[in-house]
Design a protein around this ligand. Structure first.
Ligand code: ISJ
Length: 116
């Protein structure tokens, strides 16, 4: 790549995503946020495991639809205030709660079986 035409061709070529400094800067922030999400979810599941053990001991049902309805409505409101799609927020929390209930059912069955 020493002649002028080759140099011009190289200059016109868009940078590979991995070599783009602006994109790399954004991705650094995305990586930090993703790490925080994993830590937050780990803490949420740590406490819901304790709730599952408590419910199993107290013979309380694994799921509480009234509580879920309140949480979904609250998170939809928060999403709207934060310019996040409320539909996405509802889908996300339902996905998480479904997994929590699966854990609670396992805890109730002495970790022998799962729902479905
Ligand atoms: C954690 C609980 O158990 C279930 C899981 C929920 C959740 O992950 O937020 C909410 C309600 C219940 O269906 C609870 O009853 O508080």
């Amino acid at each position: 790549m020493t002649d002028r035409i080759s140099q011009q061709a190289a200059a016109a070529k868009p940078a590979e995503p991995r070599e783009d400094a602006v994109l790399a800067g954004y991705r650094k922030s995305i990586d930090n946020i993703d790490a925080a999400l994993v830590h937050i979810l780990a803490e949420r599941f740590r406490i819901t495991q304790a709730v599952g053990a408590y419910k199993a001991g107290a013979t309380l049902p694994p799921a509480d639809p009234a509580r879920e309805k309140e949480q979904i409505a609250r998170l939809r409101r928060l999403a709207e205030e934060s310019d996040l799609d409320p539909e996405f927020s509802e889908k996300f929390i339902r996905f998480v709660i479904e997994e929590v209930i699966r854990h609670h059912e396992k805890a109730r069955n002495g970790d022998r079986s799962e729902r479905s």
